[in-house]
Design a protein. Structure first.
Length: 248
């Protein structure tokens, strides 16, 4: 695959925004089930929970062990240093601050421009790598109200990127209308209970970077907004077993 000055993106190649969290790990499995060539990109932006990036290696090892075709399809992993985001922002994700609601009811874990920058940089990397599809785990169902996770925002961003780069990238957000319980179910549909177990044990969601405390839904502080969303989704997913649906 040529790199630099490419004329066309590979129709069946994808780049997944892969942080090491539950959502992005599920999106990576989703992409591996659909595309013949999948690469990943993570971003180091000075986040307090940078441990999430360290979780990616175990997740990749587990994913490739689950399915031989996934192992064949998984390509290069990229990590981009975008510390300028952390330097510019003053949030509970990039500073040692208590998590609380800010003006307009938006939590102070919102990092202005973060996801916009992530997607633009991912598109620039996809351009160089010859990948047409960009997969991201943004969601506006179970989320903290971040405006850069909204479907309208990302649709507008796709239009801007395609105009600005003169490409026909396709931005996929497979979790956009799924709550966290549905995200656990999607993982089970993609890779069975083994994939659910892998994501449960090895992904990281906690905003505080807590990896020492184990809960039935995984590691985390148990009190930050990200942990609460994950825990609630797990509880609803596991409770579905009483209705005859399989659960981990």
């Amino acid at each position: 695959m040529a790199q630099g000055g490419i004329d066309e993106a590979e129709d069946n190649g994808a780049l997944v925004l892969f942080s090491g969290g539950q959502d992005s790990a599920t999106c990576l499995a989703w992409a591996l089930a659909r595309f013949s060539r999948v690469e990943t990109v993570g971003f180091a932006y000075g986040q307090r929970h940078a441990v999430e990036l360290d979780c990616r290696a175990d997740l990749v090892r587990g994913l490739t062990a689950l399915r031989p075709d996934w192992a064949l399809g998984l390509g290069e992993a990229h990590t981009l240093d975008v510390g300028v985001i952390g330097a510019l922002s003053d949030t509970a994700l990039t500073r040692e601050r208590e998590i609380e609601l800010g003006e307009g009811g938006l939590p102070n874990t919102f990092v202005p421009g973060r996801n916009l920058i992530f997607v633009v940089l991912a598109a620039a990397l996809a351009y160089r790598r010859g990948l047409k599809h960009i997969v991201a785990g943004m969601c506006e169902t179970d989320y903290s109200g971040y405006p850069d996770c909204r479907d309208d925002t990302l649709k507008a961003l796709q239009v801007a990127i395609n105009l600005g780069m003169d490409r026909r990238f396709v931005l996929h957000t497979p979790l956009m209308w799924r709550d966290k319980a549905a995200t656990w179910r999607l993982a089970q549909e993609l890779g069975g209970v083994d994939l659910v177990k892998l994501i449960r044990e090895h992904s990281h969601t906690c905003y505080l970077g807590e990896r020492g405390q184990w809960h039935e839904w995984g590691y985390g502080c148990g009190t930050c907004p990200a942990c609460r969303l994950r825990a609630d989704g797990w509880t609803r997913y596991a409770a579905a077993s009483s209705t005859g649906e399989p659960a981990a």
